[in-house]
Design a binder for this molecule. Structure first.
Ligand code: ADP
Ligand code: MG
Length: 314
């Protein structure tokens, strides 16, 4: 695998916080690298440093084997950046927006026109090319923002939480467009705090927390120790009980962990062992009313929880 970006021991400190604190990772040609972490993990700070918008305090960054500090101008031309905050002009047409950003890369004439139309098509806005973003939904604005970042055909596309607060249809559209771009040869860093998105599109994942990497690998690798795990979430009625003890559940074969949060029992069990009937029976025998139950298999949330003791999203 060819590393087209190498980050070593990156640091960015603010007075109040260590936003990035010794982060190292590689980006390999042709992959979608999912950059997963809770709010405040340091994702945007890292992305802004890689985009050359922000200066870092320490560490090494090499794009295509070239030191960033000596080649910033050339590197910028290889990148497409979709920042966390929208960066579009509301009062000029979608077409003119993409045209403006693309022309900054020195593209002009017929090439420019083709590039703009192709980018608008990629995000599904070709029919809206003459409309102004002020009339768009949040999701359409996001898609336009992506079109602005891809029309010059960057080798590396970096997206910072592009699906926050948008409708499911636009979200799916964005994820599909990103996969299509990857299949056409673009290498992608996709930042998010939604583990479902990472599970859906990433070839590899860097999990970040408190400014540093806490895990890295393919989704299969990260979930290796969870592939045999299932969690039952059982809502029970314990409102009348002072204290509810659940030790008796550990007597059932296969059960690894039981936790109670408010009125929800989380029972972690080995997937292969069929013990759901026993779990339910032992609750019913103790006159515990079950109001709801769901079942989850191993996911990245569990990986994060195990590594940090916290949930990805509170
Ligand atoms: P994320 O994108 O993962 O949510 P950020 O990179 O935005 O995280 O922030 C990481 C940490 O750095 C947070 O604690 C945030 O408050 C802090 N931070 C980010 N930018 C600044 C800044 N300009 N000044 C001071 N602190 C900052
Ligand atoms: Mg952010």
């Amino acid at each position: 695998m060819e590393a087209i970006l190498e980050v070593k021991d990156l640091k960015k400190y603010y007075k109040e916080s260590k936003a990035v604190d010794g982060l190292s990772f590689n980006l390999y040609k042709g992959e979608i690298l999912g950059f997963l972490g809770p709010n405040g993990a340091g994702k945007s700070t890292t992305i802004n440093i890689l985009s050359t918008i922000l200066k870092h305090d320490d560490g090494e960054i090499k794009f295509f084997d070239r030191e960033m500090k000596d080649n910033a101008k050339w590197i910028k031309q290889q990148l497409g950046i979709v920042p966390q905050e929208l960066a579009i002009f509301e009062e000029i047409s979608a077409y003119k927006n993409v045209e403006f950003f693309t022309s900054l890369y020195g593209i002009s004439g017929k090439n420019l026109k083709n590039a703009v139309l192709e980018a608008l098509k990629m995000v599904g806005l070709e029919d809206k090319k003459d409309s102004k973003p002020i009339t768009f939904s949040g999701g359409m604005k996001r898609r336009l923002n992506i079109a602005c970042a891809i029309a010059h055909k960057p080798k590396i596309l970096i997206l910072d939480e592009p699906t926050v607060g948008i409708d499911p249809q636009s979200r799916n559209h964005i994820l599909e467009s990103i996969k299509k771009l990857r299949d056409n040869g673009t290498t992608i860093i996709y930042t998010t705090h939604y583990m479902e998105e990472v599970e859906e599109i990433a070839d590899r994942v860097v999990i970040m927390d408190k400014g540093t990497k806490i895990a890295e690998g393919t989704i299969m690798q990260l979930m290796e120790s969870y592939k045999n795990t299932r969690i039952y979430k059982i809502s029970i009625d314990i409102s009348k009980r002072q204290e509810f003890k659940y030790d008796f559940l550990y007597e059932i074969e296969g059960i690894q962990k039981v936790e109670l949060n408010e009125n929800c029992l989380s029972v972690t069990t080995i997937k292969e062992i069929e013990n759901l009937d026993k779990i339910i029976l032992s609750l019913v025998h103790r006159n515990i009313k079950i109001s709801h139950m769901t079942s989850e298999e191993g996911n990245l949330e569990m990986v994060f929880l195990k590594l940090t003791g916290r949930k990805l999203r509170d």
